[in-house]
Structure formats: structure tokens, C-alpha cells
Write a protein that binds this ligand. Structure first.
Ligand code: SF4
Length: 332
């Protein structure tokens, strides 16, 4: 079901001649690593499996790879339009799925809502599926609007913190997120403020995502309003290389102080409820690491805002309308 580009790994090993390599993957792909490690050892190269999931290009484990003395790292399933970031090589993993039924469902949905100009977006592992869907729609005479391309990413590729490609799909009247992540689809909806659906290729289902987006938005407004009344606000910097925004954290902290709040800067590798809840002395937090954290992690005992929500908080404290804190934000 998931096609891993093993040939590319072999070629890189032959070219770079590493002595010791690391293997990293997201949660759902960690189980492919032991077999891959055995394969790499069969090429007379030492391999080390990173047992903790990698979240993507924001989380490449570069400092850890230095500690382990790795010559290079293969990060599986987080491909972008660049082959490597330093010593970390991004290895593609694509789902191989039939799209006929999904194509039929998408076509029916477009007719039902009267949309004629879809634009397609996806994450790294569904690019082949998305291409097949796009070809099918074009063959049926539907004008598919080209999505944009963020430097270093594939066309139409989105991250939970980067929906830049949607900015270019101005002519589209519906955004179709291909994949199984309601979070990404809802993010697309919040950023673009356009009709958005999730086309799930595993189950061939097209789902209106507006309710999910609305729920996320309302929860964010509630967090911001609670944080408005906080006296002491911690600003948390992420310690993963792609989540480290110290200067912006310090800037937000200073702005909060200028608005009569107490504020200090903290640093953490993983920002989880069980860790943050144990730190007392703050009434609310703004975390700079990843916008998914407040949206996905239930269980924080005080309001935790992401960076765009933190900007929203500053607006509200300044007496301005909150509006939509996510609108067209290419975060960070
Ligand atoms: S959404 Fe979060 S986990 Fe995903 S790439 Fe952005 S910072 Fe990393």
C-alpha cells in the first residue's frame, strides 16, 4: 500500500559512503524502520533507528545525530522538493491506491454544491494519488486550478503550519484536501476561508470540513479570551530545529509586558499537557513551536495559544477585533 523509495537509499549510500546512518519516520511509519535497518546493515553500514517519531522537516534530529556520530540520516515519509537538508535525506513514501471511486465521489460532490473550479492540496504521502485524481477530473472536463508552490515544497503540498500554496488558487471555488487528516483540511479552510472538503482516498469518501474548522476556530477564540484575563503568560520556544523561534518569542513576551502582563520565556523539546501542567506560576502560555499543539492536545489545564493565536491575543489586548487569526497566514 505504501511504496518506499528504497532504490534512492541505496544510491545515496553508494554515493556518500557513510559508516553510520540514522533512520527516522513519523508515528505511522516507525514499523517499517527495523526491516530497513536490516537492509542497510546488509550493505555493511551501521544503522540506528530513532525510536521517537519525527514530525517532519521541523523535526530532523540534527543535534541527536551529532551526538550519535551519524554520517547521515534517512527521514522516511516526509519528502519535499529538496533531496536533503544538511545531512538529513528525505525519502519519499507514496500510498498506492485506486482512485476511481474517489474520483466519482469528488465529481458528484462538485455537482451537488455547484463548484466548477477545484484546486487540489495534499501532504507528502498522497502526491501520486492526488495526481491521479487531478488527471481523472481533467479527463472529465473539469477545470482544475493549479495550486501554488512554496519554495522547497511540491506544488499543492501543505503542512499544518504552511498553507502557502492555497494563496495561489485564487480562481478556485472549492479546495479539495486529499488525505486522511481533518486537521490539515480544516487548516486549509481556516487559512483560505473557502469551501473546503477532505477527499479520503482510503475510504473513497468526500467530507465537508466546515464543521471541524468552525469547532477549531471557536476553541481558539475561547483560549484567546481566557488568556486575555491572564496575569502571567509564559512564551514557550520549541527546541526542535524547525520549531525554534526565539526572537519572535522574545518579541511577543516584550509586547505582553508592555501591555501590563507578566511574561517569561521558556524552552521545551516536546510541549505536552503532562509537562506544561506541572509548571506553575503562569496563567496561560503562548507556544511558538507548532500550531497543532493547542488544537490537537486536549488536557492542558490552562489556555495554551499557538503563535497566530498569540498574535490574535496581542490584537485583542490592543482593543482591536480578533477576526480570523489564521487567515492567509503562512505561519512562521
Ligand atoms: S505543523 Fe507542526 S509538526 Fe507539522 S511541520 Fe509544522 S511545526 Fe512541524
Amino acid at each position: 500500500l505504501l511504496k518506499l523509495d528504497k532504490q534512492k537509499i541505496k544510491k545515496i549510500i553508494e554515493r556518500e559512503r557513510p559508516k553510520r546512518v540514522g533512520l527516522a519516520a513519523p508515528d505511522g511509519l516507525l514499523n517499517v524502520l527495523p526491516e530497513l535497518a536490516k537492509y542497510i546493515e546488509s550493505l555493511n553500514v551501521e544503522s540506528v533507528i530513532f525510536g521517537e517519531p519525527s514530525y517532519g522537516t521541523c523535526d530532523l534530529g540534527i543535534a541527536d545525530s551529532e551526538l550519535l556520530g551519524l554520517d547521515l540520516v534517512f527521514n522516511i515519509g516526509h519528502a519535499t522538493d529538496v533531496e536533503n537538508i544538511g545531512k538529513v535525506y528525505l525519502i519519499d513514501a507514496q500510498y498506492e491506491l485506486e482512485t476511481d471511486k474517489l474520483l466519482h465521489e469528488v465529481e458528484n460532490y462538485l455537482k451537488k454544491v455547484g463548484a466548477t473550479r477545484p484546486a487540489l492540496f495534499t501532504t507528502s504521502n498522497y502526491r501520486d494519488v492526488t495526481d491521479k485524481l487531478k488527471t481523472g477530473l481533467i479527463k472529465r472536463g473539469i477545470k482544475v486550478v493549479e495550486p501554488g508552490k512554496f519554495p522547497g515544497l511540491f506544488e499543492g503540498q501543505v503542512f499544518g503550519c504552511n498553507y502557502y500554496s492555497s494563496i495561489f488558487a485564487k480562481e478556485s471555488d472549492i479546495l479539495v484536501f486529499v488525505g486522511q487528516s481533518p486537521f490539515h483540511a480544516a487548516g486549509l479552510s481556516l487559512v483560505s476561508e473557502k469551501m473546503t472538503v477532505m477527499a479520503d482516498p482510503h475510504n473513497a469518501i468526500v467530507e465537508d470540513i466546515s464543521k471541524t474548522a468552525e469547532t477549531l476556530y471557536k476553541a481558539a477564540v475561547a483560549r484567546i479570551m481566557l488568556a486575555k484575563n491572564a496575569e502571567k503568560i509564559g512564551v514557550v520556544v520549541g527546541l526542535k530545529e524547525g520549531q525554534m523561534f526565539y526572537k519572535k518569542a522574545r518579541w511577543i513576551s516584550r509586547r505582553l509586558i508592555s501591555m501590563n502582563k507578566e511574561s517569561l520565556v521558556l524552552a521545551m523539546r516536546e510541549i505536552t499537557p503532562w509537562k506544561l501542567n506541572s509548571i506553575r506560576g503562569f496563567d496561560a502560555f503562548v507556544e511558538m513551536a507548532c500550531p497543532r499543539i493547542p488544537m490537537a492536545d486536549r488536557g492542558f489545564d490552562r489556555p495554551v495559544l499557538s503563535y497566530p493565536e498569540g498574535i490574535g491575543l496581542l490584537k485583542v489586548l490592543n482593543g482591536k477585533e480578533l477576526g480570523n487569526p489564521y487567515r492567509m497566514s503562512v505561519l512562521y
